[in-house]
Design a protein around this ligand. Structure first.
Ligand SMILES: Cc1cc2nc3c(=O)[nH]c(=O)nc-3n(C[C@H](O)[C@H](O)[C@H](O)COP(=O)(O)O)c2cc1C
Length: 406
């Protein structure tokens, strides 16, 4: 039977129109097109100098830790339950006894104003808006006080590198206390700095030097350079007043003589929740539990310190079984999408820390880029939870995940 033809009607054509009239509002089309963290990563590579991108992206030596962490997340297989009637998902959870909008914590990362001129200000503002915890690094380019002044709302942790020199350590602790930070994150996987070959090859210095190579690069990244040259110089803001060059300070930050015996001193001095970041074995997790720390981060520093470290997702079930339920466990390293976060929670983590994902957002488009990253994670988690048939974080368990052998 032949189909009768008719004249196209405006009412049926209009909804099919794939374009809209131009407006005067400036839109970031690159950002609008970013649907995944990987898209944000690609966009960021176009917007900052190569040496800055590599500083964020790279890891130590052969970068095997990074690759292995990614591989571990690729081995995750979900076991969805069907006909569960889950129409609405609540992504919120509790971290250190207080609510947070989703089981994601922004990891401490140094030098953020090198990635984007608003650096830590932009990331903390976005974290507060999205109701997730932001951790400020000792190597931050904004001081604890200035950060809280700019964004008083939102939960904030301060990451500390402990020095044997008690006066210097006390100074950092006091700054975090005065600024009202909620918890201290002690990073322990840095007795010395990792060997990051990309940075050596790129001749990366902080602040970046204007060499012939970087001068030529300026032409391709004019916006980044203009922002860098017209805003206050980069500094380790928590170390203002230490009369040394940035290079010398970076050397000073790590102290290989610190031991487990220093932890009780720190607990006494700080007097609040303490989280130890950079744990890679069951033995150390148990030792820290005995010392009464509130949480640990199973982490190899995003593969930036020891290459071939343990893979956090793989040791998570064993560590959770050993320490029991009371101590909080977070993991990090190559958590690149909502499914990765859910796998970590299912296998026993209270939350996942993310570093590079928000830095990709930051390098791509400042605060709006970090917002976009949170939206991406939220959407992916919400969708995956519905497909899994699980409505609440507390209902997610090991029964929902299997790690394939390859
Ligand atoms: C550019 C960059 C700087 C970092 N700086 C610090 C730091 O100052 N202190 C710290 O404890 N961890 C630091 N880290 C490690 C992160 O806190 C976190 O462990 C790691 O980024 C997690 O891996 P991911 O980036 O794949 O999410 C840094 C990571 C990156 C990428």
């Amino acid at each position: 039977m032949s189909v009768k033809r008719q004249f196209p009607r405006w009412s049926s054509v209009k909804p099919m129109l794939g374009w809209s009239w131009p407006t005067l509002q400036r839109r970031d089309r690159g950002l609008e097109r970013a649907l995944t963290v990987s898209d944000l990563r690609d966009l960021s590579a176009k917007r900052v100098p190569r040496s800055v991108f590599d500083y964020v992206e790279g890891g130590a030596l052969q970068e095997l830790s990074i690759q292995r962490a990614k591989d571990a997340f690729k081995r995750v297989e979900f076991r969805p339950r069907v006909l569960t009637g889950v129409a609405h998902v609540d992504l919120s959870t509790t971290i250190l006894g207080k609510p947070t909008s989703m089981p994601i914590i922004f990891a401490p990362t140094g030098y953020s104003r090198m990635m984007h001129y608003r650096g830590e200000y932009a990331v903390a503002a976005s974290a507060a808006k999205n109701d997730v915890i932001y951790s400020l690094s000792t190597m931050g380019t904004v001081s604890p006080e200035d950060l809280v002044g700019a964004t008083p709302e939102g939960r904030k942790w301060f990451q500390l590198y402990l020095w044997q020199n008690r006066d210097q350590s006390r100074d950092f602790i006091q700054q975090a206390k005065r600024a009202g930070f909620e918890a201290l994150v002690l990073t322990v996987d840095t007795p010395v700095s990792g060997q990051r070959l990309r940075d050596t090859r790129n001749g990366l210095t902080v602040p970046p030097k204007i060499t012939m190579k970087t001068f030529l690069n300026m032409a391709t990244k004019p916006k980044w350079w203009a922002n860098m040259l017209t805003t206050p110089p980069l500094e380790f803001a928590a170390m203002r007043g230490y009369d040394r060059s940035l290079f010398e300070l970076a050397q000073l930050i790590f102290d290989p003589t610190v031991t487990m015996k220093d932890i009780p001193w720190l607990q006494k001095e700080w007097g609040g929740p303490l989280i130890v970041k950079g744990v890679q074995t069951v033995e150390d997790a148990l030792a820290l539990k005995k010392l009464g720390v509130q949480g640990i981060v199973l982490s190899n520093h995003g593969g930036r310190q020891m290459d071939r470290g343990t893979v956090p997702l793989e040791i998570l079930p064993e560590v959770r079984a050993a320490v029991g339920k009371t101590m909080e466990i977070y993991i990090d390293g190559s958590v690149l999408n909502g499914g990765d976060v859910l796998a970590a929670v299912a296998l026993g983590a209270n939350a996942a820390l993310i570093g590079r994902p928000y830095l990709y957002g930051l390098m791509a488009a400042g605060e709006a880029g970090v917002d976009r990253m949170s939206d991406i994670f939220r959407l992916e988690m919400d969708n995956t939870m519905k497909l899994l048939g699980v409505g609440r974080m507390s209902d997610l368990g090991p029964e929902h995940v299997r790690l394939r052998s390859h």
